[in-house]
Design a protein around this ligand. Structure first.
Ligand code: CO
Ligand code: CO
Length: 317
């Protein structure tokens, strides 16, 4: 596809950015993103909440504020009760209300498989856009949510996940990245930010350093994850996406001897509505982390650092 150039285009399709950004005025840009997918939990209300949390996340990952949204619905009307759709939309709407986002329209089509999500529009000051790229050697990496929700969903489908674990995984997937993003906008020295979704922690971390002269060291044992997923990872009860993520990126990681295979797998687990991954100056990292913990983002942790070499690679220690 030919790339579009426009002096007001701040973020287009050339890099794997979280959302598009377009300058409307010297002090105002719009952020646009779209995301929808098939259910990953049985309860329709919960699915609606997760889908909206996930769709809004890409606006937060740019450092922006979501304002309005359009529903996107694919629904098998001939074989599924309409009440299910109502519950999905209710869950979505409640989450939009919590985020202060206005639902202003939408579109639905008949489809064999149920899908739900949003097209979201947000705003940001053009000079304050947080790109995926821009991390500098010495930066610390903060991750704001634990990983492993993909493995939990797989274990749930296999009838192996306990109710407590599923509840904590759902709680994580329905937690907006709003508060974390708000804290970022008042923090100095933030050089890059993205959100952890389908490519897993390592996949999205690699996108941050793609084509740059930097690498990353990830402190695998410092990465927050649901402890119950370890036996599932060890037994190979993992999503197909995890295996694909790992195969695709295998050549770009160096695994230290203290980092076991099951933990590497967890770091490749595809997330839905995962946390923000932030690269920021070392002096600011502890301060931001403390602020996050105070704000109730208790899972947030420093999970690595940016290094000069090996460029384009992640070293797991
Ligand atoms: Co994203
Ligand atoms: Co996205």
């Amino acid at each position: 596809m030919p790339l579009i150039t426009d002096p007001n285009l701040i973020v287009g399709m050339e890099h794997a950015e979280d959302a598009g950004v377009y300058r409307l005025a010297a002090d105002l840009a719009i952020i646009q993103t779209v995301d929808f997918f098939t259910p990953i939990v049985d309860d329709p209300y919960t699915f609606g909440q997760i889908a909206v949390t996930n769709a809004l996340s890409d606006v937060y990952a740019m450092g922006g504020r979501p304002l309005t949204a359009l529903n996107i619905v694919c629904f098998p009307i001939r074989k599924m009760a309409i009440g299910i759709l109502r519950e999905i939309l209710r869950g979505g709407l409640d989450k939009m209300r919590e985020a202060g986002v206005l639902l202003i329209g939408g579109h639905s089509v008949e489809d064999d498989e149920l899908k739900y999500g949003l097209s979201v529009t947000g705003t940001i000051h053009p000079d304050r856009v947080l790109f995926n790229r821009g991390a500098q050697p010495g930066d610390r990496l903060i991750l704001t949510k634990g990983v492993g929700t993909g493995i939990v969903s797989t274990a749930l489908k296999a009838g192996l996940a306990g109710a407590g674990l599923v509840a904590r995984s759902v709680a994580s997937m329905t937690t907006l990245n709003r508060r974390a993003a708000e804290l970022l906008t008042v923090t100095e020295g933030v050089h890059a930010c993205t959100d952890v979704t389908g490519f897993g922690l390592i996949g999205h971390a690699l996108e941050m350093i793609e084509g740059s002269a930097t690498g990353m060291r990830i402190f695998a044992s410092a990465v927050p994850f649901f402890p119950e997923v370890r036996p599932f990872a060890e037994e190979g009860i993992v999503p197909g996406g995890l295996i694909r993520n790992r195969k695709y990126r295998e050549a770009q990681i160096e695994v230290g001897e203290n980092c076991p295979a099951w933990l590497v797998d967890i770091l490749f687990d595809p997330q839905t509505a995962g946390g923000l991954l932030i690269a920021l100056a070392p002096g600011e990292a502890e301060r931001l982390l403390a602020r996050m913990h105070t704000a109730g983002i208790t899972e947030a942790a420093i999970v690595g650092e940016v290094i000069a070499s090996p460029a384009g690679k992640i070293v797991l220690v």
